[in-house]
Design a protein around this ligand. Sequence first.
Ligand code: URA
Length: 266
Amino acid sequence: MSRDQIEAHLKFAAELGVTGISRDAAWRVRRPPTLADGESTPAAPLPDDATTPAAMPVASAAPPAPVVPVTLSMSRADALSLIKSDIGPECTRCKLHALGRTHVVFGVGNPEARLMFVGEAPGGDEDIQGVPFVGRAGQLLTKIIEAIDLTREDVYIANVIKCRPPQNRNPEPDEVERCEPFLFRQIDAVQPQVIVALGKFAAQTLLRTVEPISKLRGRVFDYRGVRLIPTFHPAYLLRNPASKREVWEDMKRVKRLLAEERSPAQ
Ligand code: URA
């Protein structure tokens, strides 16, 4: 890392209110993979732990089970390739294909990631490059990832919907409905230990709730056996920099959860 990059990193950390950074690289080590049980577990707030504020019931239904279950003999990378080819480069399942989409934006990162980020939908830069979170919001997401001593290559990043809505409007219910099964399959393929849902659409889609993100963030949920942390979307942070402090609190919790998963209490 260059001196400029280190300075930029420290400046961002200071903006977030970071008071210390771990130099311990050991926490990045992934636990040996465990078998997915294939069961559909209702998304629900986890019972409180030392770091979890009071949880409130939010979830009404679990997302459907994957359309094509990932077989236990298949590597995570192969499972992701299969899902990508199932979507196809010219997907026409919803109207977005006819509304100016350039690329289907699948997902990027480490198929073995312990940490997965889920955003809303590709924006203009993502649509052109075919890669999630590469525009301004993506650059902020990269800094957020680096603030907990990880890189984009350590994590997996995907969106609820894979095609850009025109003028970056909100995804519409029929678009989410057609596309979300692929996200659920991506999560099942990667088997992360922690999911960060970036913003309202990701959190509401994964938790099957209509609660606003302001009520969801600050809590730890269960998504099919995976810990899920809702937080503000980086695009929101670009407009509301004061909320970076809350996101930093959420990311510290993510880091603690990953550390706990690495060395579970005896
Ligand atoms: N916003 C998102 O939610 N996803 C992207 O990929 C880019 C911006």
